[in-house]
Design a protein around this ligand. Structure first.
Ligand code: GLC
Length: 524
């Protein structure tokens, strides 16, 4: 049965992703933490977001910055304590901000108690059955069990001293769990209840198309070794991900969430087509699934329109809500992706208006509202395991740099410690939240106005259907619902006339009433 549109708080919510390491540091170790975030909640309240998504803050040796979880039911001392978490949650709730947390079900850390005992146990043991240990190929088992590659480069198998191999689709410090194992399933249920009982409002599921692997672990088509793509290559046979068995896991998860009314789930799902994505949104599976197509599309009106239309087909088919995002901690920031410099910033601002005009849930990534670009970091500063294995250009550090809050010198109020886990560029002095709060033309001001209008203006609640207007080459305009908001985008090189109406907001100043290149406007 299809859910009624906008039946739930998340249906058109603005979520804000907090990359905790980089948000605000309260204990002066140069790394963001839960208490630092709590002290900055006033900023998020002013920004007007409905809910937060916190990246992992669980016990972890931090081989993949917390996505290698050693204990999913405790807070890593780097980020604070369980008490800090409870206080953060209570404070956010008092301010009307919901809190969702990340869950990493596909793998654990190699420092998880289960993996340590698996390493100490013999092949074929109960301890090894929670992971994917296999004998190798070739006469002496010296070849990996199959040809799978890790998302972070190199073989997805590592050999242990007794000769067996274990599977890790990410770093060797992130062994994949065996989801056929009843204890593995039960443990996730415990983790969900642990956080639900504390009062969280939902979860973001990491690698939500992982977990189940094709039975027998057959070889993959090597052309599938492309990550973060929803392209034709994505159609190459890839038994590592999106195996039909994964839906059993999602049904188990949904059963638990249904016991906690008002809680939700969103999945990080990288699949090649919308039909596969819609399967995750069946009524007894996830509530939301990121559609990354918009994020992967370059700044071109025709391509963007196609991405929007294709993305809207998913929730329509599944009877749920669209889930938009332009950036997160894994991809280059919009300002840089759209060309960098002044043009990149103009385009990122235009795309913010496009995204916030669309029906469905929107996920913003911290710093996006400040128009931050990727930081140019010296090679010696890089920390991301992906940069080590795939090469510096694949590293995700540039989009993970600490938030510039105030003052004129790095680290701009992020920490009292001048040595932060990644250095903040001195040229971000003009981009601090403090400066932008005082400037009505700032990117922060644009986001605040857009979020406020999205929440309060009737034109943004006029319906979910998009009606597309005829528009000059390199431009589009759509109307949302009957008599609703019109959003016009100009990706061409010349200014264009706007459709008739009153301009509510524009991402760049209009020039003699016309929309300049690299800009978007909202009209009623
Ligand atoms: C997801 C996370 C990413 C992490 C990976 C492995 O893609 O977003 O940051 O490295 O999963 O857990």
């Amino acid at each position: 049965m299809a859910a009624a549109p906008h039946a739930s708080w998340w249906s058109d919510a603005v979520f804000y992703q907090v990359y905790l390491r980089s948000f605000a540091d309260s204990d002066t170790d140069g790394i963001g933490d839960l208490e630092g975030l709590r002290r900055r909640l006033g900023y998020l309240e002013q920004l007007g977001v409905d809910a937060l998504w916190l990246t992992p803050f669980y016990r972890s040796p931090m081989a993949d910055h917390g996505y290698d979880v050693a204990d999913p039911r405790d807070v890593d001392p780097m980020f604070g304590t369980l008490r800090d978490f409870d206080e953060l949650l209570a404070d956010a709730h008092r301010r009307g901000i919901r809190v969702t947390v990340d869950v990493v079900p596909n793998h654990t850390s190699n420092q998880h108690a289960w993996f340590k005992s698996a390493m100490a146990a013999a092949p074929g043991s109960r301890e090894r059955a929670r992971y994917l240990f296999r004998d190798g190929r070739g006469p002496d088992g010296a070849e990996p069990p199959n040809n799978w590659v890790s998302v972070f480069g190199g073989p997805a198998w590592t050999r242990v001293p007794d000769g067996q191999w274990y599977l890790h689709l990410f770093t060797p410090q992130q062994p994949d769990l065996n989801w056929d194992d009843a204890e593995v399933r039960y443990d996730l249920e415990r983790t969900l209840r642990f956080w639900l009982d504390r009062g969280v409002d939902g979860f973001r599921f990491d690698v939500a198309h992982g977990m189940a692997k094709a039975p027998g672990l057959p070889d993959m088509d090597p052309r599938a070794a492309q990550e973060y793509r929803t392209s034709e290559q994505g159609k190459a046979y890839d038994p590592r991900f999106d195996d039909d068995g994964v839906h059993d896991v999602h049904r188990m998860i949904r059963k638990v969430l249904d016991e906690y009314p008002g809680t939700m789930s969103v999945g990080e799902i990288w699949v090649s087509d919308e039909e596969r994505l819609a399967r995750y949104l069946r009524p007894d599976e996830l509530h939301l699934a990121f559609n990354f197509r918009l994020m992967l599309t370059h700044f071109d009106a025709d391509a963007l329109r196609t991405a929007i239309e294709r993305s809207l087909a998913v929730p329509r088919a599944a009877g749920t809500d669209a889930t938009w995002t332009l950036s997160n901690h894994d991809v280059s920031r919009t300002v840089s992706r759209y060309g960098g410099g002044a043009a990149g910033l103009r385009r990122a601002r235009a795309m913010a208006l496009v995204e916030l005009a669309l029906p469905g849930a929107v996920y913003l990534y911290n710093g996006e509202e400040l128009g931050l670009p990727d930081a140019d970091l010296p090679a010696s500063a890089l920390t991301d395991p992906r940069a080590r294995t795939l090469g510096p250009e694949y590293g995700r550090d540039p989009e993970r740099v600490p938030m510039p809050w105030d003052g004129d010198l790095p680290p701009f109020g992020f920490s009292r410690n001048p040595r932060t886990w990644l250095p903040t560029p001195p040229e971000w002095a003009g981009l601090t939240a403090e400066r932008q709060l005082a400037d009505p033309e700032s990117t922060l001001a644009l986001y605040r106005q857009a979020i406020e209008l999205r929440r309060t203006h009737p034109a943004l609640h006029a319906g979910d259907e998009l009606e597309w207007y005829g528009a000059p080459a390199g431009c589009f305009a759509f109307r949302r619902g009957r008599g609703g908001l019109i959003c016009a985008l100009n990706t061409s090189a010349s200014s264009i006339a706007l459709p008739p109406g009153e301009v509510l907001l524009s991402s760049s100043p209009l020039v003699q009433g016309r929309l300049p290149p690299d800009a978007a406007a909202w009209l009623v």
